[in-house]
Design a protein around this ligand. Structure first.
Ligand code: FRU
Length: 493
């Protein structure tokens, strides 16, 4: 296969420069780009006995620009091997970027990528977006001669070809290909379009699967649509989140619509809408199915609106992925749990049962920064419930992250304090709990640059980038009354 100069240059650059990033400068088990900038996960799939993860990628800088697709493979979804960049913006129809997309394995054994090509027509002052295909062998991908396969002419009336992106493709049980693509109307209100195809190259429009009626911010991005336990789930991301009813969201956010898809006329009847992550740092997730049938989701552990606060140019990479999470449905809600493969890396168990916590307490052996921490917090008496219980983690003398549980008010408060140079930065956020119980169950997964908190068996998840020194590893607890704590800590190695 002949590769373009742009792709050749990107591959050459990453090969010659990525080795300047030392392994200790990366998270222990969260994916980071080979070098440079990364945003959305793309083409998350299982192909040729390996998981493939592509990503929005600018190898040349730690800033967003000139979107390529980076590429890596893994056997356990936790340890990734970098492969050469898969796509570069090297064709007329994608010259301004190979934006997000997805992938599948058609029966002919190829790996097929579907992505958004961004281009500008001469004389116009705005970019157009259209959907394109590339096929390959798991390393090299050739763009289809007939690209783009979905463009302005395929849009229903009134929908925007300036915002027409992020195709998620899948193959139905009847062998037909389907894809959902995000767009918006002239008022900027998001809509998700459903298309179908017999060969994944020639597509026909089926229906508008979902429309934003000014309730869930404006434009929607990165749709994913799949079935779990008989229900259909549409996952959407939005950069200006101010969603009706979701009191915690401020800016970028991810939410899901759970409902029923009526295949005969391609309608999606919404039943329930819920946030997918209650922290600030989770965006543009994508799912795939493992060979043993688990629906697994991975997202960008970041948020567009705080990218500039978070950038530290000492690292030659920017952006990490979340831990892959297994999805399930319970009582009409989407539950998430860290990928089971993580449990294989648990070491050095430290456990305390029924520990009374009153005032400030640290427990011998309960510390660490690359850990899996399980907590069960109960009041010591149902008649005398404390007001707040705090767990402080990733602490050093002048920085920490902290979660405070208010059982009488059913919310968690998150606070992160860190010092950069002489400046102290504080970040605070509230997470209202679905469960109004006075007992709280948490599983906190810490890595050098992140905290992911799975609340009440994954009924809610809260993700945050950690900005302080990656070796700040102290943990302590405090309660203004009396709480009973079970805690199990594993080092992850
Ligand atoms: C979401 C997004 C996508 C787009 C990509 C560009 O984070 O805005 O809609 O395809 O990033 O990098």
């Amino acid at each position: 296969m002949i590769i373009s100069k742009k792709l050749f240059d990107a591959r050459n650059y990453e090969k010659n420069n990525a080795n300047k990033i030392l392994p200790q400068q990366r998270p222990a088990f969260h994916f980071t780009p080979y070098i440079g900038w990364m945003n959305d996960p793309n083409g998350f799939s299982f192909y040729n006995n390996k998981y493939h993860l592509f990503y929005q990628y600018n190898p040349y800088d730690t800033k967003w620009d000139s979107m390529h697709w980076g590429h890596a493979v893994s056997s356990d979804l936790l340890h990734w091997e970098y492969l050469p960049a898969a796509l570069a913006p090297d064709m007329e129809y994608d010259l301004n970027g190979c934006f997000s997309g997805s992938s599948i394995e058609p029966p002919n054994g190829h790996h097929l990528l579907m992505y958004t090509g961004v281009y500008r027509e001469p004389g116009k002052n705005k970019d157009f977006q259209a959907q394109c295909i590339a096929t390959g062998n798991g390393i090299d991908y050739e763009k289809y001669d007939g690209n783009p396969v979905l463009s302005a002419v395929d849009l229903p009336k009134g929908m925007s070809f300036y915002d027409f992106r992020d195709p998620k493709i899948w193959r139905d049980v009847d062998g037909k290909y389907k894809c959902v693509v995000a767009t918006c109307n002239k008022f900027g209100n998001g809509a998700i379009l459903l298309y179908e195809s017999l060969d994944a190259f020639k597509w026909t429009f089926c229906n508008v699967l979902a429309k934003n009626k000014n309730r869930f911010s404006k434009m929607w991005e990165c749709p994913d649509f799949f079935e779990i336990e008989g229900k259909n789930i549409l996952i959407l991301s939005s950069q200006n989140m101010s969603a009706d009813g979701f009191k915690h969201f401020e800016k970028c956010g991810v939410f899901c619509i759970i409902g029923e898809y009526i295949k005969s006329d391609n309608r999606f009847l919404a039943e329930n809408k819920l946030p997918v992550d209650y922290g600030k740092d989770f965006y543009a997730p994508q799912t795939t199915v493992t060979p043993d049938g688990r629906r697994v989701m991975i997202g960008w552990l970041q948020n567009w609106s705080n990218v500039s606060d978070y950038r530290s140019d000492e690292n030659k990479w920017f952006g990490e992925m979340s831990l892959p999470r297994e999805l399930s449905l319970k009582d009409g809600k989407l539950f998430q749990k860290p990928i089971s493969e993580l449990e294989k890396y648990r070491q050095e168990k430290v456990q305390y049962k029924n520990r009374i916590i009153s005032g400030d307490v640290s427990l011998k052996g309960v510390n660490g920064r690359i850990i899996d921490l399980e907590l069960l917090i109960k009041p010591s008496s149902e008649k005398n419930i404390y007001n707040n219980f705090t767990i402080k983690f990733a602490c050093s003398d002048n920085s920490y992250a902290m979660l405070t549980f208010y059982p009488k008010k059913s919310f968690l408060k998150y606070k992160m304090v860190c010092q950069t140079g002489k400046k102290i930065k504080t970040d605070e956020q509230k997470c209202y709990l679905i469960s109004k119980e006075i007992m709280l169950k948490l599983r906190i997964i810490l890595d050098k640059y992140s905290a992911e908190v799975f609340i009440n068996d994954g009924e809610q998840v809260f993700s945050s980038v950690l900005l302080n020194e990656p070796n700040a590893d102290k943990i302590s607890f405090s309660c203004d009354g009396e709480a009973v704590l079970d805690v199990t800590k594993y080092t992850l190695g």
